[in-house]
Design a protein around this ligand. Sequence first.
Ligand code: GAL
Length: 342
Amino acid sequence: MASIFGKTSSGETVHCYRLYGKENAYVEFLDYGASIHAICVPDKNGVLCDVALGFSDISYYEKQDCYIGATVGRVCNRIENSTFTLNGKTYPLYANDGKNHLHGGKIGFDKKIWQAEEHDDSITFTYVSVDGEEGYPGTLTVSVTYTFDKNNKLTILHTATTNKDTLCALTNHCYFNLNGDSSTTILNHILTLYADSFTSADAESIPHGEIVPVTGTPMDFTTPTQIGKGIDSDYEPIRFGKGYDHNWILNNTDIVARAYSEKSGIQMDMTTTLPGVQFYSGNFLDGSLIGKNNVPVTNRSGFCLESQYFPNAINVDNFEKPLLKAGDVYKHQTTYQFSIKK
Ligand code: GAL
């Protein structure tokens, strides 16, 4: 059942939706940005705690540029020089990250109100992005279906169709804090990324095709490793990213990532059908936004695991392209399973 969350500055009503899992666990979603607003799951003492960053006030969702909780599109991550060529035509895009295009442009999918449709165990949000919106060709009809099952598994299914060949690369940008306490950092979390390599990027976080093995670097999370261990190292990619903010190339495993907080005992396992994951350690959060319970959203108080095609893929020969042809259906699924570590 929907409740009213607030009104945007232009007077549109934003709704909040809730799905229940087991042991009273629940996830809340907003039609603004088809966002994840809260993920409340039991900790090791059985007490429900919220492991997702978010805001109590819609005005913060409107003004934020951190994409907290949001569905990101039409193309997530960066496109170099804000331009790409498709079927022989070059498309200029809005440059909102230096000279580059980030997370869909000036007004991305994260700032749109989506149409909600509630089902028994799931909610579908739909948005129609018209031909030419943010510079992209084709009218794209995009849907996100969230399911939260009786095992506390959150499933995100993204689908899209277009009437002209276009790019489509959607992700969810939830920031997790598995301590269940957003006044703490995520540096104590133990992370495993089932990824033997990552895409090296320049100082503007743009990859150009170079693939680097993680072995012997602070990017190696192939065994459970504390996030804080290497986050301030002098390794050039870490300096460029101001911490972790890179695309890991996923090995072909069922679970692609596992994060754990000893404090709460909560563990999160991730699966995805996409080839990459952006592990971002909240390096640009600066305390200027006030999150839920009046807690400022401070540096590294949340981390993201964004399933994705590799950043800038459309401009890099050896990367799989996020192309959606007219008549085809875009489909990818990502899951986050919450449990208590045994
Ligand atoms: C991440 C991206 C970061 C930063 C962040 C939003 O997905 O990798 O570089 O832009 O979103 O603040």
